[in-house]
Ligand binder design. Structure first.
Ligand code: 9D3
Length: 253
């Protein structure tokens, strides 16, 4: 899969794209990533990428010309992209489903917003979509672009060694992870739950399912509404909900 990222801070991508699963995917050429310095697409001596807003007001706005030229250059060098994504606080919320959709594309351009905003003509005539990663204020679209890149790349065939772990993903299935432990069996007097040492595989599986369901109800009940549960999980869920009902009845006694 081809990615072009357009940014005024290309060095922000150096560390994250060299390390870990993402770094290996690029090394193995499963991902072809080009990071472009927006200033390379300016035509003035000062390499100006921003300007004051028409109508006045605080803050600078990213000028249209360098962004238009950067996308033109990508199109000429690497072909017509399937999506040109502007990262912005006004975007649709990025999600696991969005990551899955993008992982089916061949070529994606990510434009990183900055400052108080981006000239609206970029939204209307260059970007095919606009994505936000959540409701908190960042200083720019570079970290969001890395988040999108990371979430999409790990879904590409061959990138994560264990395809099963990708499918079992909590957000793919809609449940949070169950608690995990490794050796030693007792650490500073804190024991690993006995069931995990018992060797009873069916019991371990049921315990994990129950833990995942209890955690999801307790921490992210919103996820449960759309979770894909198997028969055993549905049965355990009814038990867990009955037990919780008991507890809240007790509380009122
Ligand atoms: C909505 C806030 N804007 C009001 C004037 C100003 C503004 C704040 C922060 C404009 C741009 C930014 C920089 N953030 C991004 O470019 C951004 C972002 C984010 O801040 N949070 C979550 N997702 C994203 S995607 C791009």
């Amino acid at each position: 899969m081809k990615f072009d990222i357009v940014t005024i801070f290309p060095r922000m991508f150096e560390g994250p794209t060299r390390e870990g699963i993402l770094g290996r995917a690029i090394e193995r050429r499963l991902v072809d990533l080009c990071v472009h310095d927006l200033r390379e697409y300016t035509d003035d001596r000062h390499r100006t990428v921003d300007d004051v807003a028409y109508g006045g007001g605080p803050g600078m706005v990213l000028k249209p010309a360098p962004l238009f030229r950067a996308v033109d250059a990508s199109r000429e060098a690497r072909g017509i992209p399937d999506a040109v994504i502007l990262t912005s606080p006004q975007g649709r919320r990025f999600s696991q489903a969005e990551a899955g959709r993008l992982s089916g594309l061949g070529h994606v351009v990510l434009l990183c917003g900055r400052y108080e905003g981006v000239d609206e003509r970029v939204r209307d005539h260059v970007a095919t979509e606009e994505l936000s990663i959540g409701d908190y204020v960042l200083t720019g679209g570079e970290l969001p672009a890395l988040v999108v890149l990371d979430a999409v790349v790990r879904l590409l065939p061959g990138v994560v060694g264990d395809e099963q772990s990708v499918e079992q993903d909590s957000f793919t299935r809609g449940l949070l992870d169950y608690p995990q432990y490794t050796r030693p069996a007792e650490f500073r007097g804190i024991a690993v739950p006995a069931v995990l040492l018992s060797g009873h595989h069916a019991e371990v599986r049921r315990w994990r399912k129950r833990q995942a369901l209890e955690r999801t109800i307790g921490r992210r009940p919103d996820l449960l509404a759309t979770a894909q549960l198997d028969d055993e999980e549905r049965a355990i869920l009814r038990e867990v909900q009955a037990a919780r009902q008991e507890e809240s009845d007790d509380g009122r006694d």
